[in-house]
Ligand binder design. Sequence first.
Ligand code: ADP
Length: 162
Amino acid sequence: MNREAVYPGTFDPVTNGHLDIIKRALQMFDRVTVAVVDSPAKRVLFNTQERIEMLRATVRDLSRVRVEQFNGLLVDYLQQINVCIIIRGLRAVSDFEYEFQIALMNRRLNSCIESVFLMPSQDYTYLSSSLIKEVVRLGGRVEGLVPGVVEKALEKKLSLTK
Ligand code: ADP
């Protein structure tokens, strides 16, 4: 059986928390597609191509992972590629309510969809892309919290926007 799952998100930018979830998903699924939202509702620092390039560099050694972009409804994208499982990360109770709503809505939109929630290592439970951007913007170091390629990209981008 070829079990496949999609891990969707904004990834603005990818953090070691995201990577932790991808690796956990690989223990359960044969193939994981990281699906990058092309036009998210939230304002992004990195454009879609930049977010995808950082992710591809991050998962370069993980042969069963691919990174793609999608537009529109996630359930439509899943149908197009014939996948029924969505992976999401759960950090704290604060994530739960939103994730619960989205999971039920996705299942209502397409009854084949199941959402699987994975918890990261406790080292990453407090980590979010927005916190990382804020710390770098204020001159703090994020080594060990994001892949090296992301650390460099953040410094470059935020020094340009100062
Ligand atoms: P979205 O805008 O879809 O929430 P994100 O890139 O912020 O996109 O997050 C994508 C998924 O990864 C979400 O399920 C989120 O809960 C999860 N996630 C984000 N940061 C972490 C982390 N540090 N540890 C585990 N999961 C995380």
